[in-house]
Design a protein around this ligand. Structure first.
Ligand code: AP5
Ligand code: MG
Length: 373
């Protein structure tokens, strides 16, 4: 079960049960080693830490005790706003080694408050052990002695942590999936060299006001500028080969982000060209709450592709529009790019268009797909 739905939100597994178990075991072994002979008292902060505390305790290899505390919050009169009061400490803490067990530390203000409160009861030492820690949110000046996972500032649920009281029973930990932006029409326009991707993209931009990323154009612009990227790209393009995936993916994300968040959608022309690129595109978009709405394949027979590109070569000045390089580009297309048709079919996004014939008829067929999105 990779995804769960709780109330109105969707969550995706981010820390699987086995990984959590492993980290809890490692923390317990470190604690058992560090606190040998101390008979530590664990103070688990309810509710979120109850599962973590139970598992941690069972992995300890030295004698230890556990007690549960709660934080009651009330509106303070000072500028600090909400004040947290620790309730439920019934033990005598004098001379004890105390380990606060927390499920998640964000600003750290609660932990700071706990340390202050516990400090008045003369323990020998107070340490903090937390399952999750969001370093980017930390405000308090505290030391976290034991941390199982450092995580980004995402909302998480499961293994004791809840969303509106629900989800604590989940064995894995899940991260909130940002809602999909349905207004955005991100379209992959796909096809062999010369199939008409660029030509049809121009018409789509005009009709639908979409943004356009042509990775081929981006690379040619870099070559013209004489940039480092351009120099690398040139060798590959001249040989009819693809630029390495990692390089392409990093370029793509920065161009996509340059459109801001309010755009109508983007036409991806010439990207993706390999399965790793398609996976990276999916990941990049999903991290932003976006998705590909359709992959439109322009299907054109090979003899026609060759004819078109040789004709364009007479005018375009494109270094790769010569017979020898076109042949190589077509081989690369068949071996590395064509498998994406099956990949996008599996995703339920593939649309086949007959790319041979009148420009306007082809465009009408594409518009039918886009209008239905
Ligand atoms: P890129 O620039 O994307 O080239 P390509 O995929 O080979 O495709 P083209 O731009 O040549 O053709 P097109 O489908 O856009 O067709 P067009 O509309 O121009 O990539 C170039 C290189 O960059 C790659 O080889 C690779 O090295 C590198 N690269 C790019 N992206 C990459 C990535 N993601 N990863 C790794 N490397 C990457 O039409 C062609 C001609 O036909 C035109 O003259 C047009 O007027 C004509 N035409 C169009 N439609 C019709 C029609 N219906 N009837 C008659 N003529 C037509
Ligand atoms: Mg093109």
């Amino acid at each position: 079960m990779n995804r769960v739905r709780i109330k109105d939100k969707t969550f995706e597994v981010s820390a699987p049960e086995a990984e959590i178990k492993q980290r809890v075991k490692e923390l317990a072994s470190q604690l058992s080693h560090d606190l040998q002979g101390k008979k530590p008292l664990f103070l688990a902060v309810l509710n979120g830490s109850f599962i973590f505390a139970a598992d941690l305790m069972r992995e300890m290899t030295i004698p230890c005790e556990i007690s549960f505390v709660k934080l009651a919050s009330y509106q303070g009169t000072t500028s600090t706003g909400k004040i947290h009061e620790v309730i439920g400490i019934n033990e005598d803490l004098t001379g004890r080694t105390v380990v606060i067990v927390e499920d998640i530390v964000e600003s750290g203000l609660t932990m700071q408050r706990m340390i202050e409160t516990l400090g008045t009861r003369n323990p020998e030492s107070v340490r903090i052990c937390t399952l999750f820690f969001k370093p980017s949110k930390l405000k308090a000046d505290i030391t976290l002695d034991y941390v199982a996972f450092r995580i980004p500032d995402d909302f998480i649920v499961g293994y004791g942590l809840d969303y509106d009281g629900l989800g604590r029973e989940l064995k894995d930990v899940y991260t909130l999936v940002p809602p999909i932006n349905n207004k955005m029409k991100n379209i992959v326009i796909f096809g062999a060299p010369g199939s008409g991707k660029g030509t049809q993209s121009d018409k789509l931009i005009e009709k639908y006001g979409l943004n356009h990323i042509s990775t081929g154009d981006v690379l040619r612009a870099e070559i013209k500028k004489g940039s480092e990227l351009g120099k690398t790209a040139q060798q590959f393009i001249d040989n009819g080969q693809l630029i390495p995936d990692d390089l392409m993916v990093s370029i793509l994300a920065s161009v996509y982000d340059s459109f801001g968040r309010e755009h109508q959608g983007v036409i991806f022309d010439g990207f993706p060209r390999t399965i790793p690129q398609a996976e990276a595109l999916k990941q990049m978009l999903s991290e932003r709450g976006d998705q590909v709405a359709a992959m439109i394949e322009l299907d054109v027979p090979e003899d026609e592709l060759m004819k078109r590109l040789l004709l364009r070569g007479q005018l375009s000045g494109r270094a790769d529009d010569n017979e020898e390089t076109i042949k190589k580009r077509l081989v690369v297309y068949h071996s590395q790019t064509q498998p994406l048709i099956e990949w996008y079919s599996q995703e339920g996004l593939h649309h086949h268009i007959d790319g041979l014939g009148e420009l306007d008829r082809i465009f009408d067929d594409i518009c039918q797909v886009v209008d239905a999105l």
